[in-house]
Design a protein around this ligand. Sequence first.
Ligand code: THU
Length: 140
Amino acid sequence: MSDTAPPTTSQAGALIDRARRVAERAYAPYSRFRVGAVVVTPEGATFEGVNVENAAYGATICAEANAISTAAAAGVRTLATVAVGCLDADECYPCGNCRQLMREFGVEHVVVQGTGGRVRIHPLGDLLPHSFGPESLGSS
Ligand code: THU
């Protein structure tokens, strides 16, 4: 992992605003819980994702997984920041599986929409302590 500075308060706010706009494109006819994610590379490139649900509920793709996969498909292998916004609740923290997906690509900071419109910035290590990652296999 590198040591990218955390996003500033104003950068984090802009990322959440964007993630919430992205969430307008969510495909969530079952839960009606629309989520948007924006991932940022260390160089500042960004990729977006929304949750995409499925009639077979288990096939649902989270917004963060979608954004991370889109970045990976573009050749990105290292991410600095992931921002998560939602439209149908005050707060949306990433699920455990998405935290693990972030871990794979070295995400350092997660920006989340917290209660009362507060934007929160967390080191990924705080959301996923004692984690298992690529170097755990001795392959990094
Ligand atoms: N969801 C996400 O997109 N990201 C998360 O981290 C948690 C949950 C989506 C999945 C599903 O479409 C809806 O939110 C309700 O679980």
